[in-house]
Design a protein around this ligand. Structure first.
Ligand SMILES: [Zn+2]
Length: 428
């Protein structure tokens, strides 16, 4: 509050119901700027700013005409309109799920309904046992890394064993929707009011959480970015937590009745990918309790990791993914490709412990899970913007690093997928 000086931060927060919080952190530079701008001379500008911001935000929740005007206005400020490659139906769905549900506390209610209707409770036990097996294989993997010191291995294993595992169900009970009073049209309510009511409710929810002791295990149903309906898994360094969202627990990535090989090729490799992020150049910045501190990993091991990662970037930079594309900028995709190869390595280590493991089924499932059929323009824009390699490279490059792939398909020096052992680039 002292830094914000002339800016009425306290009043603003209490207007949002946030006055019960013990501590609120705000970037001091931002608070200082707010204070500087908040002067009588700027009053008219501030009013204009607030009106424009209100109109822009509200345009999504008024009628179709306002939304179209907003799009027109946004496009007029761009050098060229953004081509998302989406059909009008897809854009409509995105509006519904991203804007109306995803960015309001409705997201939490939707997450809960999704789990109730579409997530099979029996998956939790199965996924827990796969993850437990995976942790054991990660431990074997760290112990087997010749480039790591004994201290580095022990530190990685300590952090690994502290990872909190979250599967599908968020802490739904922590959101009390009885405090959200949305009026129907008959009661004189409208969509815009409902949106602002829900925003106030979200602030109240945050205020309640701020008043409670910090719980690193808490998985907020209305936190943007951690919604359980998405088709993904995630690692969050600040909680040292892995999140397996309900949305990804579906075929082809996972289903209870799949073979073990298909489970490892799909969701298994994805979860392995996410866990390795806890140990890469970004993950290393946080310790086992999610605190920003990179001392937990010996500096020499961190240096070795960087050296090995650079080889990944150099290798990818020699690839021309499709005619007319030019060469790849390998540095851009190094972190994600390293995680792909790490996820694959750990699943192959799990496979070794299962007699009769069908490697052909595993490799084929991996390739078919990630197959795509998209226009070259979409592939080109992914090439320049996506930190993940193109899908076919997310399959081909990791496969090329492991002996199991060569032996399953009898690949020799004469085959184009062959890379001689000394030139292989898997970091882990
Ligand atoms: Zn990743």
């Amino acid at each position: 509050m002292a830094v914000a000086k002339d800016f009425p931060l306290e009043k603003l927060l209490s207007g949002w119901g946030l006055n019960g919080a013990k501590d609120i952190l705000i970037w001091p530079g931002y608070a200082k700027k707010l204070s500087k701008l908040c002067s009588r001379g700027n009053l008219e500008y501030m009013k204009d700013f607030l009106i424009v911001s209100y109109c822009l935000e509200s345009s999504f929740y008024l009628d179709r005409e306002s939304l179209e005007k907003l799009k027109e206005f946004t496009n007029s400020r761009l050098k060229e309109p953004i081509d998302t490659g989406e059909t009008p139906e897809q854009e409509e769905m995105e509006l519904m799920f991203d804007k109306y549900i995803g960015s309001t506390p409705m997201c939490g209610a939707m997450n809960r309904l999704y789990c109730e209707y579409f997530f099979d409770d029996e998956c939790v036990g199965d996924l827990n046992s796969i993850v437990a097996e995976m942790f054991d294989s990660f431990e074997d993997m760290f112990n087997g890394e010749e480039w790591m010191s004994d201290e580095g291995k022990a530190a990685c294993i300590e952090k690994l064993r502290a990872i909190r595992v979250h599967i599908a169900y968020q802490d739904f009970e922590s959101v009390d929707y009885s405090k959200l009073d949305i009026k129907s049209r008959e009661e004189g309510g409208n969509f815009l009011e409902a949106y602002f009511d829900s925003k106030r409710f979200a602030a109240l929810h945050i205020a309640e959480r701020l008043g409670a002791p910090y719980d690193i295990n808490y998985w907020d149903p209305i936190a943007p970015g951690l919604s359980t309906t998405v088709t993904n898994a995630a690692y969050n360094p600040s909680t040292n937590g892995i999140y397996i969202f309900a949305g990804v627990c579906e075929a082809p990535m996972y289903s209870l009745d799949m073979s073990y090989e298909e489970k490892l090729a799909g969701l298994g490799a994805v979860v392995g990918h996410e866990i390795t992020h806890g140990f890469d150049n970004k993950g290393v910045l946080y310790d086992k309790d999610g605190i920003k501190n990179s001392d937990w990993m010996p500096a020499a091991d961190q240096g070795m990791f960087v050296d090995r990662s650079e080889k990944v970037g150099q290798h990818v930079s020699t690839i021309k993914p499709f005619p007319g594309s030019g060469l790849y900028d390998g540095r851009k995709v190094t972190a994600e490709l390293t995680a792909d190869m790490g996820g694959m390595k750990v699943t192959l280590m799990m496979a070794k412990k299962h007699p009769g493991f069908d490697y052909d089924r595993y490799f084929m499932a991996r390739a078919s899970d990630w197959r795509t059929n998209v226009p070259i323009e979409v592939e080109s824009s992914r090439l320049s913007q996506d930190p993940h390699p193109l899908n076919f490279l997310r399959i081909n490059i990791p496969h090329q690093q492991f002996e199991e792939f060569y032996s399953t398909y009898n690949i020799t020096e004469n085959d184009r997928m062959y890379i001689e052992p000394g030139k292989r680039i898997a970091v882990w």
